[in-house]
Design a protein around this ligand. Structure first.
Ligand code: CA
Length: 421
């Protein structure tokens, strides 16, 4: 029987964000990383709720995968209900990657683009599939890994906890071995450094504390554009008489959650939502030959951070750049897959409408050739574009994707005349 002998959880705001919207939990046998979205006071609340839902332990009944998925759906329900009842939390969501060590197996429940990896015999294997637009396109053979790494929409996720009343949770179970190291992390790590680099840091470190700090340092050295969260644990063999409960754990740097809004919440009632497990990646075979093959397999290619999406110079829709082939493929997938549409509903941008009035749009700033729009008017302000200082227009009305609160704050400032030259 295996247990997590050494455990570390670390989170870092990174170099370019003011707030840390990630949350983590590591208390053997349960490990969680959650990456919130929706802006300050929303994203960090969503990820915190996800983690807190797992802090109570797993429900008694069912397989480990079912028990993990049950908690994930419970977290989804809590986040969704809070986002509906508190306007400042509207649209919030979070990724979730949760792991559970059960005897000699690792079970994982996963939604979004945080990741789980297995480090064994010096090789790093990714255990989760991102629920992101670019990952879907890679799986369908429409994009290469290299194109995905540079794709302007690579940060768009197609599934999250919070946006809808129900969520599909992917679950998998993998056989573990003594000496295995499991890594859970937010995309603030994997969008900044390659899998090869992650493997190098794990290989050179003498302990998990050093490894976790090394990974965060590398991500920051590469630019630190996002919050970075790392959970690591190492498996070791224990005899049947070994104590199951272990006192290990872990200084988790909890994000600053405002007041008692979260603490006061009680767990949602028993979850009756339906779940659908996603298609798992090929489970690692227990056979020695498969293990040997895996040992020889190279880690996946680098995912590097490219430049931010380019924006047209003005806010007029007719200036939007033509929809490139890859983008239209992606958009068709968006329309076909309800999951993608879910994600797009959380996205906002600011531009001007056909009357030249500053408007908040919800969705993605693209028109399809067939006249299909991937956005809708969300709020029409009282501000004509002529009232926006000319030299600020390209900066303010640039169709960059924003959180709802960010877009609202910007337009509110314009309405109050608080945006000056
Ligand atoms: Ca992130």
């Amino acid at each position: 029987m295996l247990r997590a002998a050494e455990t570390v959880a670390k989170t870092d705001t990174g170099l370019q964000r003011r707030d840390n919207e990630d949350s983590a939990y590591a208390r053997s046998p349960v490990f969680v990383v959650a990456d919130g979205m929706g802006g300050a006071q929303a994203g960090e609340v969503a990820s915190r709720i996800a983690v807190e839902t797992f802090e109570q332990g797993l429900p008694e009944d069912g397989s480990p995968e079912e028990r993990l998925a049950s908690r994930a759906r419970e977290a989804n329900k809590r986040i969704h209900e809070l986002s509906r009842t508190e306007p400042e939390r509207a649209g919030m969501g979070t990724t979730l990657t949760a792991a559970y060590v059960d005897r000699d197996d690792l079970s994982i429940a996963h939604v979004g683009d945080s990741r789980a990896y297995l480090f064994r015999d010096g090789a790093l294997e990714r255990l989760t599939q991102d629920h992101s637009l670019v990952d879907e396109l890679v799986r369908r053979g429409k994009l290469t890994e290299e194109q995905a790494a540079e794709h302007p929409q690579r940060s768009i996720i197609t599934r999250a906890l919070g946006p809808e009343a129900d969520v599909a949770v992917d679950t998998w179970t993998y056989p573990l071995r003594a000496g295995d190291i499991v890594l859970l992390c937010s995309d603030g790590l994997t969008s900044m450094i390659s899998d090869e680099r992650v493997a190098e840091v794990l290989a050179r470190s003498t302990g998990l504390e050093e490894a976790a700090q090394g990974l965060i340092d590398e991500a920051n050295h590469a630019g630190g554009r996002d919050n970075i969260t790392v959970v690591l644990f190492r498996l070791e063999e224990v005899g049947p008489d070994a104590a199951v409960d272990q006192p290990t754990l872990v200084g988790i740097t909890a994000p600053q959650v405002a007041g008692g809004a979260v603490a006061q919440r009680t767990p949602a009632p028993a979850n009756t939502a339906t779940s659908s497990a996603g298609t798992p990646p090929a489970a690692p075979a227990a056979a020695a030959s498969a293990a040997e093959a895996r040992r020889r397999r190279r880690p996946r290619l680098a995912r590097t951070q490219g430049p931010p999406p380019s924006a047209p110079a003005t806010g007029r829709r007719r200036h939007w750049k033509p929809v490139a082939a890859a983008v239209s493929t992606l958009i068709v997938l968006f329309l076909l897959g309800g999951g993608g549409w879910l994600a797009s509903r959380q996205l906002f941008f600011v531009g001007t409408n056909s009357q030249g009035v500053v408007t908040i749009y919800r969705g993605l700033p693209y028109d399809l050739p067939a006249g299909i729009k991937l956005y809708e008017s969300y709020y029409v302000s009282g501000v004509p574009v002529s009232a926006v200082p000319a030299d600020r227009r390209s900066q303010l009305l640039n169709h960059h994707l924003r959180s709802q609160s960010d877009a609202s704050n910007l337009v509110k400032a314009l309405e109050l005349g608080q945006v000056s030259r």
